[in-house]
Design a protein around this ligand. Structure first.
Ligand code: FMN
Length: 159
């Protein structure tokens, strides 16, 4: 029994959340986990009993590579427990993004604040944040909440 955690993470903070979730599942729930970047995740789908997609929100949408994965693998994902972990700079998940995620029929949608680290961003990203007045640089990840969520997953088909 294996849970595949698919990550999209332009700047690494969502990947770190995914790795922490995997560690909690392994150590406290005895769940076998594979954490794989979205680019290589398809190869693991056949052997996965459950799939968690961990991806950030960028400019009002789930990261494009995660959306592409979900759309191109819809049939394979349909017969497995599917869960979402979205991360973002805001306090809550944009209702439009939540609506989109619900269309994939997940068992669970969680949202956690991520990290916005100035040194990791390119000039265009920094400019976009400046223009939209969203220069809230910092690491907002709530590790206790993330770990508590991971521990709650056995009721959602993660095994
Ligand atoms: C250009 C840009 C646009 C962003 N747009 C959003 C957004 O629309 N909503 C949101 O909640 N967070 C937004 N964020 C914040 C990211 O989702 C957050 O920093 C996330 O933790 C990044 O994950 P990563 O390090 O895995 O790439 C944006 C960040 C950047 C740099």
């Amino acid at each position: 029994m294996t849970t595949l955690i698919v990550t999209s993470s332009a700047h690494g903070s969502t990947r770190e959340i995914a790795e922490r979730v995997a560690e909690v599942l392994r150590t406290s729930q005895s769940v076998e986990t594979v954490v794989e970047d979205v680019a290589g995740a398809a190869a693991w789908l056949a052997t996965a009993d459950a799939v968690i997609v961990a991806a950030p929100v960028y400019e009002g949408s789930l990261a494009a590579d995660a959306r592409h994965f979900l759309d191109s693998r819809r049939a394979e994902l349909a017969d497995k427990p599917l869960l979402f972990l979205a991360s973002g700079g805001g306090y809550e998940l944009d209702p439009k993004v939540r609506e989109k995620l619900e269309s994939y029929g997940p068992r669970e949608i969680a949202f956690f604040r991520g990290a916005l680290v100035e040194e990791r961003l390119g000039w265009l990203e920094k400019l976009k944040l400046k223009v939209s007045r969203n220069e809230n640089y910092g690491d907002y990840r709530d590790w206790d909440a993330i770990e508590a969520w991971a521990k709650s997953l056995s009721g959602h088909g993660v095994r």
